[in-house]
Structures are given as structure tokens and as C-alpha cells.
Write a protein that binds this ligand. Structure first.
Ligand SMILES: N[C@@H](CCC(=O)N[C@@H](CS)C(=O)NCC(=O)O)C(=O)O
Length: 213
């Protein structure tokens, strides 16, 4: 059975949980207490050398990390990954966009805000992240004004990847009302079959106010 290495407040973990829910893939979960240093333990670094979640272990023992790579792997041969060279490259485009423009802005700001670290970060850095987050949401809103989903008008792992952090932008202190097409897309995703609504707050982890090693 597939094993998912996860940390519940992680929206990168949520991406994989959402796809597993939609694919109805049987799996077991191993929780990694990243703020207690479990990610940096040799045992877990053998699974993901960076020490980060998520990662998966397959039946044959092979392991895979990086949330978007895991999504692409799990979606192979399913309705969640389009056929054809160009459309697959488009999925890769939005997944790369997610890492560079969403995860690194909305993801970081949200993490800092929800774990009490925002005040410890340099003001200039926070302002830069806010500007980057607004730029990313502007790009998404403009694209989604013309299409129901990110790639070829059909729900795919590109949407799952971007949705995970982007739809939590208000927790990062970003006002969403100026992005109406983005808001409609969020609602469309939330109405997909076997959508997973459960998102875990950092407050479930008493160690999350500490810095990661
Ligand atoms: N680019 C990676 C980022 C993974 C990541 O930053 N995971 C966080 C939780 S959201 C983590 O495990 N951090 C602990 C660490 O980096 O040591 C992905 O998309 O999977």
C-alpha cells in the first residue's frame, strides 16, 4: 500500500491528500513532526533528503518527494492529467508557477502569520512577499477570467497544486475581493467530486511556533 509522509498543517501535504481522495487511492499515512526535527532525522532523510513533507513510498520501496512531482506521478493515466505533450507542459508550467510565485509568497506569509513568526521577519521581506502574492493572484485572476480551470478548461493537478496555498491567501493577510475570477475558480474546485475540505490549523501542533532547523 502507498505510504504518504505528511504533516497535517502543510498545504503541500494537502495537495497530495486531495488527489488521493479524488482518486480514492488506498494509502497509509506516517506523520512527520517537522518542528520537532523529525524531518532531519537520518531515517526520514533517507526518504526525502531535504527533510520536508510530503513524500510517498511505493509498494516496491521507491520514494518520491516534492508535492507537485507526486501529483504528476499519481495523476498519470487518470482524468487529472491531460494527454499530449503541449498540455502536459502547460500543467508543468502552472506547477512551476505555483512553486515560484504562490508557495514562496502566500505559503510563506501564511505560515509566518499562523505560527506567530510574522513580527520576527524583516518588514521589507514581508512587503516583498505581499507584492509577490498580489502579482500571483493577479496573474491567476486574469487567466481564470477566460477559462474555468488552469489548463485546457478541465480540472487537473495544475489546479490542485495552485489551489492548495492560493485559496488560503486571506490567512496570509491578502484581501481576495479584487480577484473575482479567482474566487469563482476556488468555488468550482470546492464543488469537484470527492473534494477534501479539511484543512488543519498549525495550532494542532504545539511545536509549530518554533523555527525549523
Ligand atoms: N517544494 C516542496 C516544499 C516542501 C515543504 O516546504 N514542506 C514543508 C511543509 S509545508 C516542510 O516539510 N518543511 C520542513 C523542512 O523544510 O524542514 C514541495 O512542494 O513539496
Amino acid at each position: 500500500m502507498l505510504t504518504l509522509y505528511d504533516y497535517l498543517p502543510s498545504q503541500n501535504g494537502y495537495k497530495v491528500r486531495l488527489l488521493l481522495s479524488q482518486l480514492q487511492t488506498p494509502h497509509q499515512t506516517r506523520l512527520v513532526s517537522i518542528f520537532e526535527g523529525a524531518g532531519q532525522a537520518a531515517e526520514y532523510r533517507a526518504i526525502n533528503p531535504t527533510g520536508a513533507v510530503p513524500a510517498i513510498r511505493l509498494d516496491d520501496g521507491s520514494v518520491l518527494s516534492e508535492s507537485n512531482a507526486i501529483l504528476a506521478y499519481l495523476a498519470e493515466g487518470t482524468e487529472y492529467l491531460p494527454e499530449g505533450r503541449f498540455l502536459r507542459a502547460k500543467v508543468a508550467q502552472w506547477m512551476s508557477f505555483e512553486i515560484d510565485y504562490v508557495q514562496s509568497t502566500i505559503g510563506s506569509l501564511r505560515y509566518w502569520a499562523l505560527t506567530g513568526k510574522l513580527e520576527r521577519r524583516p518588514e521589507e521581506l514581508v512587503a516583498m512577499k505581499h507584492a509577490g502574492a498580489r502579482r500571483a493572484l493577479g496573474v491567476l485572476d486574469a487567466h481564470l477570467a477566460a477559462t474555468p480551470f488552469l489548463v485546457d478548461g478541465a480540472y487537473s493537478v495544475a489546479d490542485i497544486a495552485v489551489f492548495a496555498y492560493a485559496h488560503r491567501a486571506e490567512e496570509a493577510g491578502i484581501e481576495l475581493s479584487r480577484y473575482p475570477a479567482f474566487i469563482s475558480w476556488v468555488k468550482r474546485i470546492q464543488s469537484q467530486p470527492r473534494f477534501l475540505s479539511q484543512v488543519f490549523p498549525y495550532s494542532i501542533d504545539p511545536y509549530s511556533s518554533g523555527e525549523l532547523a
